[in-house]
Design a binder for this molecule. Structure first.
Ligand code: 6GU
Length: 287
């Protein structure tokens, strides 16, 4: 692979070809599981599992709580591919590598991407365990030029200047509201703006206050880069944040953000989140 990190078409298609020759599944839905939320992958029927370390050109997952494997299978008959564990900026990968799986999925025929993550709640109405439908994002690293689409554009994937005002599909968000209502999940469902930071350090109090005043409802370290690359390639995107902790906003608080809390909240709400996503998948009309 090129040392500058750019994921050229040839690199992505070699990976897609390798996967196509190792599985019969032809996924139309791609899922990315966030920290502590990998259980979704276990819902896939007749799973075929590939460790990231066995897939040509794939980075390896280094984070505790992320299994680091790609799972192919079906959800109520719908062919899916699921990333059990994702890649983050703070692991030190070039940003193009982090998002390589999105392009591979596109080449495999995926039309709809569903992503989950764990996030800190900046909105003071949010409680730990709330599930936030992402309606929009703030790409903070993007302000500093850290964008997965920086570098030469490959027109085979998408246009040089892709629109992001419709990044989070309106119909899929409505579907999530409908399914959540049916399942009795509406009391812990929110919809808001997700802000991505580079991590791995959590935010300071001043940073939380700043992000909140800028219109962010939740803060995390993932998802946005994947959404940008997926939208560039014309895939529909839907994303959920599990609010794993409330961001510390005042100087009198003794609370401290930590990764254990993130995983613990995942365990608490994981099954409901899995049910919500899997029910949504069975209602997708893309094939
Ligand atoms: Cl509080 N901050 C960030 N940046 N990411 C998180 C988080 C907080 N909680 C879970 N992921």
């Amino acid at each position: 692979p090129p040392s500058n990190g750019y994921c050229f078409y040839e690199e992505c298609s070699a990976t897609a070809d390798w996967l196509r020759s190792h599985t019969q599944v032809r996924p139309t839905v791609g899922i990315v599981c966030g920290s502590g939320l990998g259980g979704l992958a276990e819902m896939l029927k007749d799973p075929q599992v590939f460790k990231y370390s066995d897939i040509p050109n794939f980075p390896r997952s280094t984070v505790h709580g992320h299994a680091g494997q790609l799972v192919f299978g079906t959800l109520k008959g719908k062919p899916c591919v699921c990333m059990q564990g994702r890649f983050h900026l703070y692991e030190g990968y070039p940003i193009q590598k982090i998002t390589l799986p999105m392009r591979v999925f596109k080449l495999l025929g995926v039309e709809t991407m569903i992503m989950t993550n764990a996030a800190g709640g900046l909105n003071q109405d949010y409680k730990v365990g709330d599930v936030m439908i992402i309606k929009d994002h703030i790409n903070m690293p993007g302000f500093a030029g850290i964008n997965p689409l920086a570098g030469p554009n490959d027109d085979r994937f998408g246009v040089r200047f892709p629109c992001m005002s419709d990044a989070y599909d309106r119909e899929l968000r409505q579907l999530a509201h409908d399914v959540a209502a049916e399942l009795g999940y509406s009391d812990f469902l929110q919809e808001g703006v997700y802000c991505v930071l580079g991590g791995p350090s959590f935010e300071t109090i001043a940073e939380c206050r700043m992000l909140h005043s800028l219109g962010a409802d939740a803060v995390g370290m993932s998802t946005v880069h994947e959404v940008i690359v997926a939208r560039h390639a014309g895939m529909r995107c839907f994303a959920l944040s599990l609010i794993s902790n409330r961001s510390v906003m005042d100087y009198d608080s003794q609370e401290k953000a930590n990764h254990e809390e993130v995983l613990e909240t995942g365990r608490l709400r994981a099954q409901q989140l899995e049910k919500l996503v899997s029910t949504m998948v069975t209602r997708l009309d893309n094939d």
